[in-house]
Write a protein of this length. Structure first.
Length: 284
């Protein structure tokens, strides 16, 4: 079932949109999408944005950042639309009044990858909290993005669920302040563990000794939301175009484009309506 979080500003947005009697045309130019790095690094946007431009003539230019920084770009007026996967940061964005609507448009999951030698012996462990406990107790090298991204927020929350405060971790725990591809490269070069979204992991080529070691825990579901901006706080000049692109992402055409993106026979993202594994926790 499609989720839609509509804040009290929905009526104002609908009124603003109703003042535009015509559909957006190619002459309107482009919109700027602030997105999480995973939909860029995985190749999803490279796949679907040309399809949208072909259908509408409208170009979508991407600023790929961690989710927190992508939301900051929208706060600062540097983006017309946001595509992120960080529930806590999104909630704060809505609370501040910046969002007109939040819609889930896709999901995949997080995985823990690490050296094939697996010094913490987590391979096959179905419980990510138990696996993180093993990594902590063995002081096995772990790379953290440390970039305020949705993945970074998820990783920190998982450590908390496991009962650990990473601010007290030793030198075995390394924050790099960079995106997912950079974190995977750092883990590959240092035989370290790392939390990755599945899409970026499947598209990552420089694996060296890294293997996928843990997957399938209900805590690891990863939801992607498109957020439209409140016209009372943000320039309306591109919000009609942004609304049309958000609608396309949620439409049958957009959902089919998202769900059909595969690498080596692996689906990287599921459309929002695809059933999630049994026992998955709902978004808080």
């Amino acid at each position: 079932m499609k989720r839609a979080l509509l804040v009290s500003l929905t009526i104002a947005v609908a009124a603003a949109l109703s003042l535009q009697p015509r559909p957006a045309q190619a002459k309107d130019g482009f919109i700027t999408l602030a997105s999480t790095t995973s939909v860029q690094d995985s190749g999803l946007l490279t796949r679907i944005l040309p399809l949208y431009k072909q259908a509408t003539g409208v170009d979508v230019q991407v600023i790929a950042l961690g989710s927190g920084k992508a939301l900051d770009a929208a706060r600062n007026g540097d983006a017309d639309l946001v595509l992120v996967h960080s529930p806590a940061a999104e909630h704060q964005f809505v609370k501040e009044g910046h969002a007109a609507s939040v819609r889930e448009i896709a999901w995949n999951d997080f995985v823990i990858v690490g050296p094939g030698a697996d010094p913490a012996a987590i391979k096959g462990n179905p419980d990510c909290r138990s696996a993180l406990n093993s990594i902590w107790q063995t002081r096995s090298p772990f790379v953290s993005r440390g970039d305020r991204s949705g993945t970074d927020a998820m990783e920190k929350s998982l450590w908390q669920l496991a009962g650990f405060d990473v601010s007290n971790a030793g030198s075995w725990y390394r924050e790099i302040g960079a995106g997912m591809a950079a974190a995977l490269n750092a883990a590959a070069s240092s035989d370290a563990y790392v939390l990755s979204d599945r899409g970026t992991w499947l598209s990552f080529k420089n694996r060296r000794n890294l293997d996928l070691l843990l997957e399938g825990d209900r805590y690891l579901i990863n939801r992607y939301d498109v957020i439209e901006l409140n016209p009372q706080l943000h320039s309306e000049s591109k919000l009609v175009l942004a609304h049309q692109f958000a609608d396309w992402l949620a439409s049958p055409a957009g959902q089919q484009a998202i769900g059909s993106y595969e690498l080596d026979g692996h689906k990287l993202f599921h459309p929002e309506a695809d059933p999630k594994p049994h026992g998955v926790l709902e978004r808080r």
